[in-house]
Design a protein around this ligand. Structure first.
Ligand code: PEP
Length: 257
């Protein structure tokens, strides 16, 4: 057994306005118990417009739920219309920020170089990046999933020092499994998560690699999460669609029950 505390994070994508966000977090807070928080860390990644409301709720009621953003600008301030900066997210006491989600890579053309700049922007501002990596269907069919995903890891971690990298969370999210209902088998998830840990060991040494949490994401539900979490190199889940239903997300958080 590793010492890594699993991170169960809900990526709400572009869903739930700030009022719905408050109701949703209240539901989670009501359902989750100290026993849950002893077993796992729970986080939500709402849209930017919800973060202030979530912060107020979490601060006011001293909730143990963590929260973060779904993206971050690589710049800290300036003429970048529409972007949200690391200092702004830090001011809202975000713990996490997703970097390089496949929807950002696909619809906004985010490159590994930009992911690298965003990872650095996160660390510069005291935020923990959840770096999302994973292959599309064509790459999987060609059997190149490991090489493809490791190249994304290499690109995003370029010149990131060990003192920062030791806290990174990496989410392996095969693109063909995101929002499709098509979940990777536990063995598929382990193959790539294990390879990611191996690459971290090559880059930073085994001790650091053993500390890093590697999540699986892609159509995770209460019915499939336990088998995925049983894999030795899977330390949590990044959950999209199923995280929008509070009862279902709580069941996912309690995967071990
Ligand atoms: C995601 O958005 O990161 C995700 C994994 O989505 P879903 O769970 O809906 O596949």
């Amino acid at each position: 057994m590793s010492d890594r505390i699993p991170l169960m994070a809900g990526n709400w994508k572009m869903n739930l306005n700030h009022l719905e966000a408050i109701a949703h977090v209240q539901k989670l807070a009501f359902a989750l118990t100290d026993k849950d928080y002893e077993a796992v860390e729970v986080a939500v990644l709402p849209p930017f417009t919800d973060l202030r409301s979530v912060q107020t709720l979490v601060d006011g009621d001293k909730l143990k739920i963590r929260y973060g953003a779904q993206d971050i600008s690589e710049h800290d301030s300036g003429a970048y219309t529409g972007e949200v900066s690391g200092p702004m997210l830090a001011k809202l006491k975000c713990t996490y920020v997703a970097v390089g989600h496949s929807e950002r890579r696909q619809y906004h053309g985010e490159t590994d170089e930009q992911c690298n700049a965003k990872v650095k922007a996160a660390y510069r501002n005291g935020l923990t990046p959840i770096l999302c990596v994973g292959e599309g269907l064509d790459v999987r069919k060609a059997g190149n999933q490991v090489a493809h995903t490791l190249a994304q890891v290499d690109g995003a971690l370029q010149d990131v020092p060990a003192g920062d990298a030791e806290s990174i969370v990496i989410a392996y999210e095969p693109v063909w499994a995101i929002g499709t209902g098509e979940v990777a088998t536990p063995e598929d998830a382990q193959e790539v998560c294990g390879a990611i840990r191996g690459r971290l060991a090559e880059l930073y040494g085994k001790e650091l690699a053993e500390k890093v949490r590697i999540q699986y994401g892609g159509s995770v539900k209460s019915g499939n999460v336990a088998a995925i979490m049983a894999q030795p190199d899977v330390d949590g889940a990044l959950v999209g669609g199923a995280a929008l239903d509070a009862d279902e997300f709580v069941k996912i958080v309690r995967f071990a029950d």
